[in-house]
Write a protein that binds this ligand. Structure first.
Ligand code: AKB
Length: 322
């Protein structure tokens, strides 16, 4: 199938989520709208839609027949599987997280292996746990995550290695930090405070009940860097990849530091804290991750630092909200 298709033919699952909405549009600009099939189990809405229109299909990744049908009818040679229940929602609804995250991914592995399509599934800093070295966490180290979401990500990383070694499946993955963006909202993550803080700064001038303590440091990244990183890995030459899963680091900060960054632009901005169950999730994750392997193997560099991100977030959200 690969040899018949000149342009990549990409199926994106969970495409109406925070990353999918922006990834689909960028891929469509690059490969042609007709070559990127967006799929999800919900309708595009005003809050989550694509800037570049193109084909769309209902695909529930828990139903293997629907993935097969999409891959075959679209003649997809690449699948990017984004459907996932994030860390905080996953702890509140573990059965759903197991079903969507693990079973959905298993289905994608089976279909891609059978039809010869490559498969990219993002992993996360959530794939690490309390025994992991917390600072500048290396790619290869003890993981043992404690959340259902993190456990499913480790499972996906290991399945990807197995399919690659035993079946020759072209599997690729990135351990993403918290992704900050203004176009579509995330849902149910432990890093989501770092998006909400910008909305509340503009709407109320006060961020109330920040659900993490002020000194909780986590790895983060602006969306433009994330989209570029995913596409760079997607397009990297297979022979350059020494491993199937890469840490993708960028910046790291605490709630206090993002608050100070916003205060440089909005001096009257205020914050108060009310940590909840998400604190105990954040406490098990790295404070920063080492992405020197991604840099060495395929040239990864991030672009946005905290203040540059604050400037673009506030500028774009102002236009969006008012
Ligand atoms: C979450 O907080 O669950 C996600 C992630 C770090 O993967 N943003």
């Amino acid at each position: 199938m690969h040899s018949l298709c000149k342009s990549p033919r990409v199926l994106v699952t969970g495409s109406l989520g925070q990353i999918g909405t922006e990834l689909v549009s960028t891929l469509r600009m690059k490969y042609g709208a007709e070559n990127v099939l967006a799929s999800d189990i919900k309708f595009p809405t005003e809050k989550a839609k694509f800037d570049v229109e193109g084909p769309f299909k209902y695909v529930n990744t828990n139903n293997i027949e629907q993935i097969k049908e999409a891959v075959v009818n679209f003649r997809a040679n690449k699948v990017i599987h984004l459907s996932s229940i994030l860390s905080a929602t996953g702890e509140q609804n573990p059965d759903l997280a197991m079903e969507v995250n693990s079973h959905g991914a298993e289905n994608c592995f089976k279909v891609c292996n059978y039809y010869g399509a490559s498969l990219l599934i993002p992993s996360s800093i959530a794939a690490f746990g309390p025994e992991t070295p917390r600072h500048n966490t290396p790619d290869l180290c003890i993981q043992r995550p404690l959340t259902m979401y993190g456990i499913s990500k480790v499972y996906i990383e290991l399945l990807g290695n197995w399919y690659n070694q035993k079946k020759g499946l072209d599997f690729r993955s990135l351990r993403l930090p918290g992704i900050i963006s203004w176009k579509a909202l995330p849902g149910g993550g432990t890093t989501d405070y770092a998006i909400d803080i910008y909305y509340q700064a503009l709407k109320k001038g006060h961020y109330t009940n920040c659900f993490l303590k002020k000194d909780t440091r986590m790895p983060m990244m602006y969306m433009d860097d994330c989209i570029r990183g995913i596409i760079e890995l997607l397009e990297a030459k297979n022979e350059n990849l020494k491993q199937r899963t890469y840490n993708l680091g960028a910046i790291d900060f605490t709630p206090e530091e993002i608050y100070e960054s916003i205060k440089k632009v909005m001096p009257k901005f205020k914050i108060d804290y009310k940590p909840d169950f998400r604190q105990s999730i954040a406490d098990t994750w790295p404070t920063s991750i080492d992405s020197s392997c991604a840099k060495k193997d395929w040239g990864w560099e991030h672009d946005y630092d905290l203040d540059k991100m604050t400037d673009v977030m506030l500028m774009n959200l102002k236009k969006k909200l008012f």
